[in-house]
Design a protein around this ligand. Structure first.
Ligand code: SF4
Length: 193
């Protein structure tokens, strides 16, 4: 609509990410012990359950898709544990109320129409090839990064913050010296996003 109307006061600051490159980066990092993936239901609604089959086939890691309510997460963790114990990695969709094997085709077509994969910075993982979605060149004039010279997104953590290690599973939260001390529910030290 902005293009059709010739708007020049409309820009978008995108920060969309693709999950598979991040899963592959974790698996290929060599120092992150992973037994399986609790796959996010909101992502799977769009991309479809079958996408995660690549991880099962290529890395022999179990993947279970779940919603975000406590019982849904608990059920998915229980299923993952069973698969690990039985040594039978598979893809299982426990969120079939919302997630179909192929996902939301209309949303996928819209994403393809407006965005293109681009290298993107991730906290704890660094720059991952093709892991983000940038506006297609034909929409570059609506990209706030271009318009305002913002450059690529940088993942900055304050001094002492170990959240990159924590979200990648290298450390647990209490292993951060600031956890519960200068970083607590009332005074955040680490990044909020
Ligand atoms: S407890 Fe706070 S400072 Fe420590 S890793 Fe987590 S967010 Fe960063």
């Amino acid at each position: 609509m902005a293009q059709e109307r010739g708007l020049d006061n409309f820009t978008i600051l995108t920060s969309h990410k693709l999950i598979l490159p991040a899963m592959r980066a974790l698996l290929e990092s060599g120092d992150v012990p992973i037994d399986g993936f609790l796959c996010p239901g909101h992502v799977a609604v769009i991309v479809g359950a079958d996408v995660f089959g690549q991880i099962v086939r290529e890395y022999h890691q179990p993947c279970v898709i779940a919603g975000f309510e406590g019982p849904q997460i608990a059920a998915a963790l229980a299923r993952l544990t069973e698969m690990v114990a039985q040594g039978r990695p598979a893809l299982e969709n426990l969120y079939s109320q919302a997630v179909t094997p192929q996902g939301n085709r209309i949303a996928q077509q819209l994403i393809d129409r407006f965005f293109v994969p681009a290298d993107w910075e991730w906290r704890g993982l660094g720059m991952l090839k093709g892991s983000g979605l940038a506006l297609r060149p034909e929409f570059a004039r609506f990209d706030a990064r271009n318009r305002f010279g913002l450059g690529a997104t940088k993942s900055l953590a304050p001094q002492g913050c170990r959240c990159g290690d924590i979200i990648t599973g290298r450390l647990t939260p209490p292993e951060c010296a600031l956890f519960g001390v200068s970083c607590n529910p009332f005074a955040r030290w680490g990044p909020a996003w």
